[in-house]
Design a binder for this molecule. Structure first.
Ligand code: G6P
Length: 605
């Protein structure tokens, strides 16, 4: 999983590309490189490390030329190293390639190419591509034909950008199961894995479809289908995002900016298109079996969604981890199955693989995503966009709370359709939904200071427990993920009731346990669980209602939150967890925007 960019036009390409790479860094950041063409020569500069470091030491942005391609990498095949960094070249050094995705049959292709005396120097899957193109050129094909024929040999996924010394005014691109956008400019054109990499230069964008290839020049581009060469038109869309939206806005880290942006993001998530929410609800209601499918944070949103669907609409649904879907339920799905896939990026390979399987079995696929033009939007029968804006921090924050808010809106629509709860309950819930952005604003006035204090208490702890009941189970799961992925402190989360069936055995004096206890019907049994933990010497931290003095009195550390509808508490109560995770990461000297070993968008299975 990586990010790619390309520029062709009248200006020097390298500085523009380095700026694009910086915006793509969230897609992977273990190595980076740029290739340009100038004065009948291909220039390549690449290395392992972060983009700024490489730029400082090797001068990425000083490469000459008005055409170029660039790459930021998250290693899949071959360790992060200079030789494995992109761009990759053919034997003659005339063809340069950057790639996001995985070439599944690369070992076979590599062997074939080595037998044909190609000099393959890296351990990557990508390097077969320039050599395959070279091989086809040797056989007398034009560059474009060679590019197409080479791509036809590839199995797997790719967004590719290729430059060729003999055509210094052109970038060749193609996509299959990996995102790729053309940025349309005046006197230049660009390509990139996502919108943020283009926004500095243009707002006019063309979202390529799977199986599209394009020949991109400074004054235009031509898109065609890789399968048969048919020329196709794709709409140019004007993207109304501001660059400031993708910058830190005065916060030390993107993550903090995004946490504080939540009231706005949630207001936008209340403005989603009604007709799509209605359509999703209608299709969900038709299913005999319903799965809510996602990975990472999006899976935790699915857990919350499942409680919401059941409580408001009496509609049972299974939240399922995307990578487990086929093994666990594959044999049991069919045309009466409805799958609502939740994915911020809309590009997560585990999600798309599960959907591909389900599609073959005639399941109805629905999507909830933050990414316009993503693969999820194309494989879904109907989808809804959560409207959270770009999220740069690798750890999901605003996109989680927005996902839950959209799922709550779908649940409410389902409730109206199915009529299983009273009208006044629906109306009350709707009122509470509309108030959520303001409640989150209130939480944000106190949470950061309180969580900084808690982080100081927890920073040296070897592990942390998180417990909740009912819908708060999803809050505990999401809290665990946030704190663990940012502080690297191992965390365990369970439904509180389950804690006595095993986890409690590790409790001894001083072990921190965070209870999520909103004022709902589970408050009493939760108090029972708190007492069990206290009796064994645990350090009990409670996130509860700001007016709940009884709870406050039994906790070692208490954080009080404003009252909302209990089913919406995964939104408000996940915020202290986000800030706790952030402060732990900063206290430990880590970079909260780039937790180690992780990437924002995991496009490999
Ligand atoms: C990666 C990210 C997580 C994210 C997950 C699912 O693991 O690091 O933050 O929750 O992918 O991503 P999606 O785009 O499908 O929501």
């Amino acid at each position: 999983m990586c990010g790619i960019a390309g520029y062709v036009g009248g200006a020097e390409a390298a500085p523009i590309l380095v700026r694009s790479l910086k915006r793509l860094e969230y897609r992977g950041y273990d190595s980076a490189g740029v290739a340009t063409i100038h004065n009948k020569q291909v220039f390549v500069c690449k290395d392992a490390g972060k983009i700024d470091e490489i730029n400082k030491s090797l001068g990425l942005e000083r490469l000459p030329g008005c055409v170029g391609i660039a790459h930021t990498r998250w290693a899949t095949h071959g360790a992060p190293s200079k030789v494995n960094a992109h761009p990759h070249l053919d034997c003659t050094g005339r063809i340069a390639v950057v790639h996001n995705g995985v070439i599944e049959n690369f070992l076979l292709l590599r062997k074939e190419l080595i037998d044909q005396n190609h000099n393959i120097v890296s351990k990557t899957d990508t390097e077969v591509v320039p050599h395959l193109i070279e091989e086809h050129i040797k056989r007398g094909l034009s560059f474009e034909e060679a590019f197409v024929q080479a791509l036809k040999r590839l199995e797997g996924s790719y967004a590719l950008a290729v430059i060729f010394l003999d055509q210094p005014d052109t970038i060749y691109v193609a996509r299959k199961e990996a995102p790729l956008i053309i940025g349309v400019g005046e006197g230049f054109n660009m390509v990139a894995s996502d919108m943020t990499a283009l926004l500095d230069m243009t707002r006019d964008m063309v979202f390529l479809h799977d199986g599209d290839a394009a020949v991109v020049k400074a004054d235009g581009y031509r898109i065609f289908r890789l399968s048969d060469g048919t020329q196709v038109e794709r709409m140019v869309r004007r993207v109304e995002l501001t660059i400031e939206m993708a910058e830190k806005q005065g916060h030390p880290h993107y993550m903090l900016k995004e946490i504080f942006e939540q009231p706005t993001a949630l207001r936008d998530s209340l403005r989603i298109q009604r007709e799509y929410v209605d359509l999703l609800a209608e299709l969900l209601d038709k299913g005999r079996v319903i799965f809510l499918l996602g990975a990472g944070t999006s899976h935790n949103a699915c857990v919350a969604g499942s409680y919401l669907f059941s409580a408001l609409a009496r509609l049972p649904s299974y939240p399922v981890i995307a990578s487990e879907f086929v093994a666990n339920y594959g044999g049991a799905v069919g045309s009466d199955t409805v799958i609502l896939a939740v994915s911020q990026s809309g590009e997560t390979a585990d999600v798309l693989n599960a959907l591909e399987y389900a599609r073959m079995r005639a399941c109805t696929i629905l999507g909830l995503t933050n990414t316009v033009g993503s693969t999820l939007t194309r494989v879904s029968r109907a989808y809804v966009l959560q409207n959270s804006g770009p999220e740069i921090g690798v750890a999901a924050t605003k996109t989680f709370t927005s996902q839950v808010l959209v799922l709550a809106q779908i649940a409410l629509r389902l409730a109206r359709l199915r009529g299983k709860i009273a009208q006044y309950e629906m109306d009350e819930f709707r009122q509470e939904l509309l108030k959520i952005p303001n409640e989150v604003e209130k939480v944000l006035t106190t949470a950061s200071v309180k969580m900084r204090a808690l982080a100081e208490i927890l920073v040296e702890k070897p592990f942390i427990f998180m417990l909740g009941r009912g819908v708060s189970t999803s809050t505990a799961y999401e809290g665990r993920l946030k704190v663990m992925e940012l502080s690297y402190i191992p965390c365990v989360a369970y439904p509180s009731g389950e804690s006595k069936h095993g986890p409690i055995s590790v409790i001894e004096s001083g072990v921190p346990v965070i209870f999520v206890v909103p004022p709902d019907e589970f408050r009493k049994p939760n108090i029972g669980n708190i007492m069990e933990m206290k009796a064994r010497g645990a350090y009990v931290i409670v996130f509860g209602d700001e007016k709940d003095d009884e709870l406050r009195s039994i906790a070692d550390f208490y954080y009080g939150l404003p009252r909302t509808h209990p089913l919406l508490t995964p939104i408000t109560y996940s915020i202290p967890f986000q800030l706790l995770a952030y402060h732990l990461s900063v206290l430990k000297g880590y970079d909260p925007d780039k937790p180690r070993n992780l990437a924002k968008s995991v496009t490999v299975p």
